[in-house]
Design a binder for this molecule. Structure first.
Ligand code: GLV
Length: 309
């Protein structure tokens, strides 16, 4: 019984080394080294190469390194009916919350524009906004959205949420489902997308939705690039309906050099860095699930394969 680690970025070695250090009794392999395929029971993955999971005939669990699992369900070659788990971690949630808070305040206080002005040697006072001026609407009230709502509320923001089922968060009015979506949107001066990416939410940030936001709304997407219709965002910023956007995630990452988002003065991009799984914080839950698998116990943080989150 063994674990394989599959990720194509430069963190493969760090995760493999740390997992081995924390669990010297478990055989743990990086997918790049020679390893016994039939012994692999658990694959821990981040944007795995296509078809890479097919080669493990005895796989019993696919575990995401992050909160999102869209890249697992996107792979048509994953063996059917294998439980998929994701990371639910307080550090991941608080990092997200800090990032979104920074993005909102940078927008309210014109910090993006002042940085550009400084580079251009321009002294240009601009009118700022206050926390009390706006309502923040959060789409997606899972582990990340719920903590963000509470943190914003503690920081004196008016906060509302939109979710697929009723959620109770003190001080936060949560609108539910399609029938309450338009009301939610009409109140959201700052719109934050923290939805899981599924066939139902793909392209949800589109012209229809932007039209329903108040004039001068600001859109922050920290979920997945697939939620956003890029051309619609550009249209609604360029026609003056939206004040701008903060985007951390993109259809293609890294964002291709010729993409119009790069040079747009009202679009502020960051390289999918809003919240990144912290090795020390996340490893215990990955190993706990491995031990549960070994003992035949139910796994933690499983994802509903039909809903996709
Ligand atoms: C990051 O994008 C994650 O899914 O954790």
């Amino acid at each position: 019984m063994a674990i394989v680690i599959i990720r194509q970025d430069n963190k493969l070695e760090a995760w493999t080394d740390s997992l081995r250090a924390k669990a010297p009794d478990i055989p743990i392999f990086s997918y790049l080294e020679k390893h016994p395929k039939e012994e692999i029971k658990m694959a821990i993955v981040w944007k795995q190469p296509a078809n890479s999971l097919k080669q493990y005939p005895n796989l019993e669990c696919i575990s995401s390194f992050g909160a999102g699992v869209d890249f697992i369900f996107d792979d048509p070659s994953i063996p059917p009916n294998i439980p998929v788990t994701r990371v639910v971690d307080p550090v991941l949630a608080s990092d997200m919350s800090e990032f979104v808070l920074a993005m909102i305040l940078a927008h309210f206080k014109n910090l993006f524009h002042f940085t550009a002005d400084q580079i251009n040697g321009v002294w240009h006072p601009r009118e700022y906004r206050r926390i009390s001026d706006a309502t923040v609407g959060i789409m997606g009230m899972g582990a990340l959205g719920s903590l963000l709502a509470q943190d914003l509320e503690r920081n004196r923001f008016k906060v509302i949420g939109w979710a697929s089922s009723q959620k109770s968060i003190s001080g936060v009015n949560v609108f539910v489902g399609e029938k309450e979506k338009n009301t939610f949107l009409s109140l959201s001066n700052i719109l934050i997308c923290l939805l899981p990416l599924t066939p139902r939410t793909s392209g949800i940030l589109n012209a229809e939705l932007f039209k329903k936001l108040p004039k001068n709304a600001f859109v922050i997407n920290v979920a997945r690039g697939g939620h956003l219709v890029d051309e619609d965002l550009l249209e609604f910023i360029n026609n003056g309906h939206l004040a701008g956007a903060g985007l951390d995630v993109f259809h293609k990452e890294p964002l291709p050099g010729e993409h119009p988002f790069w040079k747009h003065p009202k679009i502020h991009i960051t390289p999918h860095i809003a919240s990144v799984s912290d090795i020390d914080s996340v490893i215990p839950q990955l190993l706990e699930n491995y031990r549960r698998l070994a003992e035949g116990l139910p796994l933690n943080n499983t994802v509903d394969g039909v809903k996709g989150y």
